[in-house]
Design a protein around this ligand. Structure first.
Ligand code: NAG
Ligand code: CA
Ligand code: CA
Length: 319
């Protein structure tokens, strides 16, 4: 009889997997914010939050913003600015050609001396400088001639000046894409064609990551920020009085806003027909083991499963 029961359960798990769940309720993960009354650099703040809680604070909407602001308790501060998880990774770029990732230091580059400098927090498209063939990050709305690449892999320089966005459109409709430059030889080929400044396809999206890995969808910058003052600001802090953000040098010392994740709790109802005694603790233990293994196979890990067994009569009378 015991054998038959396990056959039933295994069959159920194999055959129906998650579709066998007749009811499911999952509450979303909620963030608990913690204002840390201690000043440190952004990197130290990140380490501190990861050790003590989960990570630096992530703010996804106005409700988060208000809850974070309310998390500060205690006495007043003169300047109450706390690091949040928002940062600008200046090394991550992308080629428009095939949306290929480009990581500074790992791929070929020909940046001019101090470039890319993200001047005034406004430069995230790449131009080749006319007289040197070196690269410079510029505002995407600046004007230059596109260098396109065609299906045969040849470069075409276009003399008409336009914004980076229009340059991209131009290349897409007349050829294939804005140029990708993979080595010095390719850069040399382009340099030989240019008669003025030229757009290539390298660009990036500033402030595109939170420390916890999520993508920002909501910003609350203070007017005039981010400004990348003196070219060295790529970490964000929130002013707890005004609830808006400023970019700072990551080495600056600020208070810290951490987040803790509240555990997610889900309830599943599973219907099983079996003659086994599901109230038997040993049977339950084995069932939980099986279920965990099955869920792990589906990519769901870190589970703590608690079983509540009701017999069929109960279920019916509940309905
Ligand atoms: C340049 O940065 C701005 C934000 O500062 C962003 O909206 C825009 O999409 C970026 N442009 C490109 C081509 O990545
Ligand atoms: Ca620049
Ligand atoms: Ca600033």
């Amino acid at each position: 009889m015991k054998k038959l029961m396990w056959k039933n359960i295994i069959f159920f798990l194999r055959a129906s997997c998650l579709s066998g769940l007749v009811g499911h309720h999952a509450s979303p993960i909620t963030k608990l914010y913690h204002h840390v009354d201690q000043k440190m650099s952004w990197t130290d703040a990140q380490r501190y939050c990861r050790e003590q809680f989960h990570d630096l604070a992530t703010i996804d909407n106005l409700e988060d913003l208000e809850r974070l602001q309310a998390s500060r308790k205690g006495s007043d501060y003169d300047i109450d600015t706390a690091w949040i998880g928002l940062y600008d990774d200046r090394t991550r770029w992308q080629w428009s050609y095939g949306n290929q990732d480009y990581k500074m230091g790992q791929h070929y580059d020909n940046w001019a001396g101090p470039e890319p400098n993200h001047a005034y927090a406004k430069q995230n498209c790449t131009m080749i400088i006319q007289n040197t063939g070196e690269w410079d990050d510029r505002s995407c709305s600046d004007l230059a001639g596109p260098v396109c690449i065609n299906a045969a892999g040849n470069y075409i320089y276009v003399q008409e000046i336009m914004t980076w966005y229009n340059a991209r459109k131009y290349c897409q409709s007349h050829h294939t894409e804005l140029a990708i430059v993979r080595d010095a030889t390719e850069n040399g080929k382009i340099y030989a064609l240019m008669s003025s400044y030229a757009w290539i396809g390298l660009h990036r999206n500033p402030w595109s990551h939170w420390s916890d890995g999520s993508r920002p969808t909501y910003f609350n910058w203070q007017t005039g920020q981010p400004n990348n003052y003196i070219g060295k600001q790529n970490c964000a802090a929130m002013n707890f009085i005004t609830a808006d953000y400023e970019d700072f040098n990551c080495q600056d010392l600020n208070y810290v806003a951490c987040q803790e994740l509240q555990k997610q709790r889900s309830t599943f109802r599973i219907k099983i027909s079996t003659e086994a005694d599901m109230t038997n603790p040993e049977v339950q233990r084995q069932f939980v083991e099986l279920l965990s293994a099955k869920m792990a196979k589906e990519g769901v890990t870190g589970l703590q499963i608690h079983l509540v067994v009701k017999d069929g009569q109960d279920q019916k009378s509940k309905k």
